[in-house]
Design a protein. Sequence first.
Length: 277
Amino acid sequence: MPRRAKQSLAILLGLGLLGAAGWALARPVGTFLRKSSIRRALADRDLSRADRLLAEHLRLADADADAHLLAAQTARRNDDLGSANRHLNRYRELGGDTEEYQLELVLRRCQYGNLAGAAGAMKLCVVAVGQRVPAWAEAAWDDYAKRFPPELKVELKAIKTEPRAGGKTAAQAMAAERQRIEAALPKSAHVVVLDERGTALGTTALAERLTHWQSLGQDVALLIGGPDGLDPALRQSAHERIRLSDLTLPHAMVRVLLVEQLYRAWSLNAGHPYHRA
């Protein structure tokens, strides 16, 4: 190869290496500058600007865990709990169960009025009349229950069915079951009854209700009745009455449907890929 050609090739290779090095340096510098602007906006309490800058940054760097934490903090300060949930869950996926993650949970619960339980996780307590269900229903329940994140645990409390024998009326049986249900309710729980006359909820609507329940800063109890349903007085005293289906379903299937839909609601709010399955 002629000398001049070798020199030209060396110059081109050098320029290429310089360009690659410049590009490699530009990315972290750009990230640093964008995050500096975000922190300045937060320091100035310009939440709308911070929210806009975070959205622009995360479009370029969705795997930036720290930026998702900043976005969760900004959304909480903007009183946007749904967005705060999505970013905080994304932060947990990327950064794990860190002290910063736990602190943000505490601050969020304090902001929404649960000072006594600020250090704990919210619990969804499904209180269901009936202690015996098929093995497949138990396995399905366990499979979904273990998927929930630490700040949103789900628990099942099975209530003994009152015997219908011996001339006992349905009203008497439901009254006896009501006493057992009330004894099993978490203290100061927000009570939601599954009732065929309740408000019909699709998946998106249930996700919105879940966001609302999380903002309450207290545990939520979801009640499933026995063969004759729930005692009328218990239904009337509940904070909410909802229905998940117009179909009449076996008791075991209702449990599985409820826990699956609760998990799907969480995944929708969190931007988790399960909902797209």
